[in-house]
Design a binder for this molecule. Structure first.
Ligand SMILES: Cc1cc2nc3c(=O)[nH]c(=O)nc-3n(C[C@H](O)[C@H](O)[C@H](O)COP(=O)(O)OP(=O)(O)OC[C@H]3O[C@@H](n4cnc5c(N)ncnc54)[C@H](O)[C@@H]3O)c2cc1C
Length: 448
């Protein structure tokens, strides 16, 4: 072990959106603040990860891809304007234009009268949830429990399948299951589906440009933090995988909630009980992407989205986006199904997908894909899942506790899961949380 003899005011752990935002804030507000960002991976951006254009011919996001809540109040708005990235796509996730296919398990188009009926039932179920949010002050139940009685009254198999299709949309947004999600807080900020833009050069690349071109932040890559020791009243000692010990006054921890849940970092002394409880109580879901490139487009020249109603298990391969000109399909999978797939080999996953595609496009011959990429966010030890959500009995206080400093105010916390009072789970949520904590730290350092 060697010690980095420099003494930092702040060390930020993790160089995803939250760590980058905190770094920018510290840098912009004071040239005197000595800070460093330690990042475990060989790249920055965390769960916003764009893979190289030489694989598919253009960049593909394996993690976050849409800038949600795109408006002048979004922290990314100014960067998007500044970097003049004008190649953008505006996405409506439930686009009902001719660019979307809504298909049944066997490839038949969902009849409009049936989908109309199912949507109405689905909306009534959402109404029940909205009523529950308003009326039940203290009690919480799962989304499934609240809608169960009405849901069980649906007798027609086909309608039930489309109601499931409707409900699985909600499970996709939360990367979880309605049996786990809180009826009071699921989708507590429900405008996520509006104003979404995807940058053709990729969200991960966008963050990298911000951190390295516009701001030249001090980032130490390939540095896994193993433990944080606050026993000494003056210095905090950070032990890393490359045998360097860093010393600082304050630490800002931005590692994903999934990593905190399985204790990838050891805290000496242990974190207080209330912090541990918040880490346990908050939900953390799984979403993965399976990207396939074919020799030809067999799904239709103008089709950019495919929505599928599964017959077997709700939500299986519910949502697929396509870039028809490049013959690419991107399948989204969440929750149980995503976990199951992660345990399979790449070849087994591809076989699974091919069986599915041949079933929903029974009248065409589908060759094996030429190229593919599969994310595995759960087995990735620096993410351990995809993004947070509210399970039963988690609430805004849980998020506040995740954000609250501890160890006599020396350990600060940011990340999408700490963004109380606003959206959680998104890249802009993470960015806002990083800005928030940096402002607090600057105050403590008497800089602002
Ligand atoms: C498949 C998928 C799709 C998504 N789609 C969208 C979307 O379209 N739009 C959207 O807004 N959001 C989306 N999200 C969510 C979004 O990616 C995250 O909410 C956001 O990127 C989180 O940022 P963060 O800074 O909190 O965490 P991260 O980006 O995870 O950053 C944390 C950093 O900490 C590092 N780290 C972890 N452990 C250690 C350690 N021990 N030592 C040092 N460093 C460590 C990690 O490597 C990482 O770089 C998606 C996520 C996934 C997985």
């Amino acid at each position: 072990m060697s010690t980095d003899n420099r003494y930092y005011d702040v060390i930020i752990i993790g160089c995803g959106a939250a760590g980058i935002a905190a770094g920018i804030e510290l840098q912009e507000q004071s040239s005197e603040t000595k800070f460093l960002i330690l990042e475990a991976r060989h790249r920055i951006g965390g769960r916003a990860w764009t893979i190289d254009s030489d694989i598919f011919g253009f960049p593909i996001d394996l993690g976050a891809s849409w800038i949600h809540h795109y408006s002048p109040t979004n922290p990314f708005y100014r960067y998007h304007q500044q970097l003049k990235i004008d190649e953008e796509e505006i996405i409506d996730f439930e686009d009902h234009s001719c660019c979307s296919l809504f298909i049944d398990y066997d490839g038949e188009k969902i009849p409009s009268n049936v989908s109309y009926q199912a949507n109405r039932i689905g909306e009534n179920l959402i109404e029940l949830l909205n009523d529950y949010k308003e009326v039940e002050i203290n009690q919480d139940k799962s989304v499934e429990e609240v809608i169960k009685e009405k849901y069980d009254q649906i007798k027609d198999e086909q309608i039930k399948r489309y109601v499931d299709f409707f409900l699985s949309k909600l499970e996709y947004y939360e990367a979880s299951n309605i049996s786990k999600l809180s009826a009071k807080y699921w989708n507590s900020e429900n405008d996520t589906i509006q104003c979404n833009i995807a940058l053709k050069s990729g969200y991960g690349n966008f963050l990298t440009q911000i951190a390295t071109q516009l701001h030249q932040l001090p980032i130490q890559l390939d540095t896994i933090v193993n433990s944080i020791d606050t026993n000494d009243p003056i210095y905090i000692y950070i032990h890393t995988s490359n045998s360097i010990v860093y010393k600082c006054k304050y630490v800002l921890i931005t590692v994903p909630l999934g990593c905190l849940k399985i204790h990838t970092i050891e805290f000496k002394p242990q974190l207080p009980e209330w912090k541990m409880q918040a880490i346990i109580s908050m939900g953390y879901g799984l979403m993965n992407k399976i990207v396939l490139q074919f020799s030809s487009n067999f799904w239709g020249n103008n089709i950019t989205q495919i929505h599928h109603a599964s017959r077997d298990t709700r939500g299986i391969f519910r949502y697929i986006i396509s870039t028809p000109k490049s013959n690419i399909l991107i399948l989204f999978v969440v929750d149980h199904f995503a976990h199951e797939l992660e345990e399979l080999t790449d070849q087994e996953i591809i076989e699974h997908v091919m069986t599915f595609l041949r079933k929903i496009f029974p009248h065409v011959t589908i060759e094996q894909p030429l190229k593919f990429q599969i994310s595995r966010w759960s087995n990735d030890k620096f993410s351990c899942g995809s993004f947070s959500n509210f399970p039963v009995n988690a609430n805004q206080q849980t998020v506040k506790d995740l954000a609250r400093e501890c160890s006599e105010g020396r350990l600060h916390w940011a990340g999408e899961h700490t963004n109380y009072g606003n959206s959680i789970g998104c890249v802009d949520s993470a960015f806002e949380s990083g800005q928030r904590e940096a402002k607090k730290l600057l105050k403590k350092l008497n800089i602002k």
